[in-house]
Design a protein around this ligand. Structure first.
Ligand SMILES: [Fe+2]
Length: 156
């Protein structure tokens, strides 16, 4: 049908290491869908360090599926293990933490809306949405040699 956006079907874990976009030291994301219509994105988060990664709130729902390793939120008792499904309700504040004995975690997240990062006093100290993610991808792909346009295949 005319006007329908093209589908996306890719290996979620890429064979080319450059597809992983650096987020912070030892933290990367791999874009899968950058949805500029509804405002949100699907990605893999890969972490190769332990400790607190971020405290954040999102105004809309997030769902995730743990592909490898494990992590937890300091605010909850449960641990998201390999194979776990997680639903994060809109408005919740939580602090993502990877345990010391986990060398690598990879989790698929479907994030709607935005990520609002908070300091220990709960004050906003960062913000991400689909447009900031696209910007990070463009900058990284331009500098790593894939070319800024590499991101286009994930944008809808
Ligand atoms: Fe979250």
């Amino acid at each position: 049908m005319a006007g329908i956006q093209p589908e996306i079907a890719v290996a979620a874990i890429p064979s080319d290491e450059r597809v992983w976009v650096p987020q912070a030291p030892d933290v990367w994301f791999r874009p899968l869908l950058l949805n500029t219509v509804s405002g949100g994105w699907c990605n893999l988060l890969r972490v190769r360090k332990s400790g607190i990664l971020s405290r954040h709130r999102h105004p809309m729902a997030v769902v995730g599926y743990v592909i490898k390793g494990r992590w937890r939120y300091l605010e909850h008792d449960w641990i998201a293990e390999e194979g776990s499904f997680v639903y994060e309700p809109p408005g919740e504040v939580h602090t993502l933490t990877v345990p010391e004995d986990c060398a690598e975690m990879i989790t698929f997240f479907n994030i709607q809306g935005a990520m609002i990062y908070l300091d220990e006093q709960g004050r906003q100290n960062g913000y991400e949405d689909v447009w900031t993610k696209i910007g990070m991808c463009r900058a990284h792909y331009a500098s790593c040699g894939l070319g800024a346009d590499h991101v286009e295949q994930y944008i809808r």
